[in-house]
Design a protein around this ligand. Sequence first.
Ligand SMILES: C[S@@+](CC[C@H](N)C(=O)[O-])C[C@H]1O[C@@H](n2cnc3c(N)ncnc32)[C@H](O)[C@@H]1O
Length: 349
Amino acid sequence: MAASSKVPSLRLPPLPTVGELIKLYKLRAEKQLSQNFLLDLRLTDKLVRQAGSLRGAHVCEVGPGPGGLTRSILNAGAADLLVVEKDSRFIPGLKLLSEAAPDRMRIVHGDILTYRMDRGFPAQISKPWEEDPPNLHIIGNLPFNVSTPLIIKWLENIANRTGPFTFGRTQLTLTFQKEVVERLTASTGCRQRSRISIMAQYLCTVRKCFVIPGQAFVPKPEVDVGVVHFTPLVQPQIQQPFKLVEKVVRNIFQFRRKHCHKGIERLFPEVCRAELTQEMMQQADVDPVLRPTELTIPHVRALTEAYAQLCAHEPDLLGYEFREELRLKHLSRNKRMPVDSTKSSPQPC
Ligand SMILES: C[S@@+](CC[C@H](N)C(=O)[O-])C[C@H]1O[C@@H](n2cnc3c(N)ncnc32)[C@H](O)[C@@H]1O
């Protein structure tokens, strides 16, 4: 479809009303599944506009439910929409939508956490990583308990160029609870700066789009919801393996109110903790009394590089987990047994 061509108008079946939804899906009973639906098509249109032009695009919509966003995606001119829905009660309604948009909508009844999106679209749509993003978008209003683990999984996929990112720098437009949006987009020095701010921002341009008040959803969630757009960066700001970056950042933020060296110390076993922490801070040239929230991504880059060098010198360090050591100590104390930490927790240095 040419970019300038008009989006063909569709005669889509109307969205179910709140009353119909309650009857059809026993909505009240499903509150524990965190199903909060957007039935206002002006809002779903606004959310879809955040993805940019969808004319002729391939789109994966995660968790379409009764299909409010789905309708907006089709109306925006997506040529190939693949929806992944876990709840079987929505499948008949989605089939009606698919019939009203012939050859433009495919339905997968499955779990987005395990769905192989790399197999869901033709290889021809791929774009080299260094070029513009492919004409493939991921869009979704997912339950909060799914959207956070999912973005972490997708960030790892971005780092490794796997999953949806085998096609190139696939863009994502997703909802999160407002508090998570603040953390995803927090810059250095902000109170909300946290592990997920660094992990998302070292790999992507992260844009806070707009906030949807809780009362716009049926049923109303406890919190407001925000829409976030992610575009993977051509060059990640940190060039170390995702798992290593994740480990360093997790340790730094475990004492978020203390000086950053406190968390960094926990990367090392007790016997060499003080010495290696000092070496890592010096090598990275980072002030040990900065707070985790004050660290910039270049600071974290320098710290991960210094840690990677130490691990290259002493490979057992990479497997060392302070919390695992604590857990083992705790277990052995409870059993009144001496700790044999050499068995399950490496003691390098
Ligand atoms: C918050 S509701 C939103 C529904 C719809 N997108 C909307 O905006 O009205 C989340 C939807 O995701 C579906 N869902 C939840 N977990 C899922 C998973 N792991 N894989 C696929 N769909 C899931 C739910 O069944 C539900 O339809």
